[in-house]
Write a protein that binds this ligand. Structure first.
Ligand code: FMN
Length: 389
């Protein structure tokens, strides 16, 4: 159990060993499921819970606080890493009520089979009194799901923001210690699950900024005692600004595409453009997602395989399309033996991206002198377009 402030405790669980989230994103540094217990003069409230497989340590932490009742369980978000232990809390504390909005309530009924009579339904701006402490509910949809909300503890000026502003890291430090590291973690987290919802995030930030906030306590990763650190970082990520940076997610079976990629990397570097190649057979997709947050250009690299793109490139294109980064330019380079429809396939895979298309450089077999001339022109085109950034 970790003390956040007088009468406010973090009772969740640190997951030191978890290596994958959503069966999709690698967790190089583990994660935590934060749950907060607030002791008011009259009532006690718990904000969110933990992954069900962490229930023993969660209940141990609650016991360490030394309470004999929980009156309200605030559910900010129905996803199981936060809601999964609600049924166990209700079993242990039968008088406890689950406090949440109508949409989250319906999700919890569907996902966890929590009975209707266990809920107190609230809406935007409603409050619940714990005696000397007051909880106010702020709807913050799409950070992460449509039902997600934040809870503001008025007297202590703490925003319990759930996934909003969260980061994946297992650490015993309750508060941010290494600012650079936490912002990097949070950027990766934003990229993986929030990036497609930039306009919603903008509205949510405007909403929470109307409150005076001393502390932001998210449901994953460290607590911010300097809220501007993460709010300013989010404002930059959701802005239209992109960097003079080119990402090259690529795959190559017999090195012909890789040779072209290496030549492209050298040429872009010589022009002073930041460039990051991602060999898709070994790439951590979280790293790629994070770089998408502010990249100016993506150049996909793929050979033709069975008439189209290599499946690893299909995956990268699908992912980039789903994450909807604010990238401004997109293209492709690669090698082929006789012909195929890889370029057309790529175009159809990235239809969500509002990016200008740059004419690709596809070469037959291993690149020759005239192919490198085309590559030079390709680089000039990128340089020219990046001047407008
Ligand atoms: C399994 C397999 C399927 C292929 N299918 C095609 C194809 O449909 N069209 C084509 O033009 N080349 C095809 N090729 C040839 C490769 O695209 C060509 O050898 C290319 O130069 C490989 O580039 P890389 O060295 O970057 O992997 C295929 C090669 C392999 C191994």
């Amino acid at each position: 159990m970790r003390k956040l402030k007088d009468k406010i405790f973090e009772v969740g669980a640190i997951d030191w060993d978890r290596t994958l989230f959503d069966e999709l994103v690698p967790l190089p540094d583990g994660t935590s499921y934060n749950s907060y217990l607030i002791l008011g003069s009259e009532k006690t409230a718990l904000i969110d819970t933990v992954e069900p497989y962490k229930k023993d340590i969660f209940f141990r932490h609650i016991k360490e606080v030394g309470i004999d009742r929980i009156d309200y369980l605030i559910s900010n978000h129905a996803e199981q890493d936060h809601s999964g232990c609600i049924p166990f809390v209700l079993e242990k504390y039968p008088d406890c009520k689950v406090v949440t909005n109508a949409k989250c309530k319906s999700f919890l009924i569907e996902h966890l089979h929590i009975p209707d009579e266990k809920f107190i339904e609230i809406k935007e701006g409603d409050t619940i009194s714990l005696g000397d402490k007051t909880l106010e509910f702020i709807m913050t949809p799409w950070v992460h799901w449509p039902e997600t909300m934040s809870t503001y503890l008025q007297e202590d000026k703490i925003l319990f923001s759930c996934d909003f502003f969260g980061s994946h890291r297992a650490t015993s430090n309750l508060f941010v210690k290494d600012e650079y590291k936490v912002v990097e973690d949070a950027k990766r987290y934003y990229a993986e699950i929030m990036m497609p919802f930039r306009s919603h995030i903008k509205r949510n930030i405007e909403k929470i900024e109307k409150k005076e906030i001393d502390i932001i306590a998210p449901s994953h990763g460290p607590v911010y005692d300097k809220p501007s650190l993460i709010i300013d970082a989010y404002k930059d990520w959701i802005s239209d600004r992109v960097e003079n940076k080119v990402l090259i997610p690529f795959v190559s079976m017999h090195d012909s595409t890789e040779h072209l990629v290496n030549e492209l990397v050298e040429r872009l570097m010589n022009k002073g453009i930041e460039v990051i190649p991602y060999n898709l057979t070994v790439t951590d997709v979280g790293e790629f997602a994070m770089a998408l947050v502010d990249a100016g250009t993506i150049v996909f690299g793929s050979p033709y395989v069975l008439g189209g793109l290599h499946p690893q490139c299909v995956y990268a294109a699908y992912l980039a399309n789903a994450l909807r980064p604010k990238v401004k330019f997109v293209s492709m380079i690669g090698s082929f033996g006789w012909g195929g429809k890889g370029v057309e396939q790529l175009k159809s895979l990235i239809s969500n991206l509002k990016a200008e298309w740059i004419e690709p450089v596809m070469v037959k077999g291993l690149a020759k002198e005239e192919d490198f001339e085309r590559l030079d022109n390709f680089v000039e085109e990128i340089v020219k377009r990046h001047e407008s950034l």
